[in-house]
Design a protein around this ligand. Structure first.
Ligand SMILES: C[S@@+](CC[C@H](N)C(=O)[O-])C[C@H]1O[C@@H](n2cnc3c(N)ncnc32)[C@H](O)[C@@H]1O
Length: 242
């Protein structure tokens, strides 16, 4: 007789919203109550504790929460090794038949470590069921905070990464009226310079730690110090509308 294989558990990628604990969906709350185990990325310890604080009230008693290290580095070898190890750790539980949630600030498929995790898990266990629970993104929450229309009529909008600075802003604005620059922290100087060069400082709003302690909304970038640094949770909304 062959040995009986336990049914694989399900992996849920759960978006928990951008920070405000009320911006989590009913579905995310239900899944968090039902799963056996919760994982959260610990790329930035700050992000981990924010995520933990949002989900804690919704977890069943005794549901363990484990940090998975996703290092903030551009060293590909280090990243690949961390993604592999994290995939294996999650698969250990799925192979025991446990349902597992991986929580993400905002939405799990928008600039999220969940995308890497999902790939690793699929490679290790191609038959595993993966279910994504969408979350309210930081840029949706930012637009709502400003009552700023995201897209209207026949025009589109762009979401770009600020990791390499402000180089993408010009092209994006040529094709749309609204551009969101996420990850606007490390190269904030370059983003600011691009806005200056394009004469758009008055049309850009910097939002930091939206919905969290220390929230800041800067409507006039010129009021910032020359060498002002932005925290990790910062984004820029640029609107080229009359
Ligand atoms: C790794 S990305 C995660 C994006 C997230 N998955 C989403 O759907 O919004 C991290 C970036 O999201 C933005 N972000 C997320 N939460 C934010 C918040 N509460 N306030 C301002 N920016 C935020 C920042 O630009 C930050 O650098």
């Amino acid at each position: 007789m062959g040995c009986k294989r336990t049914t694989l558990g399900t992996l849920y990628g759960v978006g928990i919203g951008p920070g405000d604990p009320e911006l989590i969906t009913l579905k995310a709350v239900r899944i968090l109550k039902e799963v056996d185990k919760v994982f959260a990325a610990s790329s930035s310890s700050n992000e981990y504790s924010i995520a933990k604080e949002i989900v804690d009230p919704h977890l069943a008693q005794d549901t363990p929460v484990e940090r998975l290290p996703f290092p903030m580095t551009r060293d590909k070898a280090v990243l690949v090794e961390a993604w592999r190890a994290n995939g294996e750790r999650v698969v250990e539980f799925l192979r025991e038949g446990k349902d597992v949630a991986f929580i993400t600030l905002g939405d799990p498929l928008t600039y999220s470590t969940f995308c890497h995790l999902m790939k690793q898990v699929k490679a290790l266990e191609p038959n595993v069921e993966i279910i994504t629970i969408p979350g309210i993104t930081s840029y949706h929450a930012a637009a709502a905070r400003l009552n700023a229309p995201i897209a209207q009529g026949e025009r589109g909008f762009y979401v770009v990464s600020g990791v390499n600075g402000g180089g993408e802003i010009r092209g994006a604005l040529e094709r749309s009226d609204t551009v969101f620059v996420l990850k606007a922290y490390r190269k904030f100087d370059s983003i600011r310079k691009a806005l200056d060069d394009l004469g758009l400082t008055k049309r850009a709003v910097v939002i930091k730690r939206l919905g969290l302690d220390g929230e800041g909304i800067i409507k006039d970038i010129s009021t910032l110090d020359e060498d002002e640094k932005m925290p990790y949770l910062s984004l820029v909304v640029i609107q080229n509308l009359e």
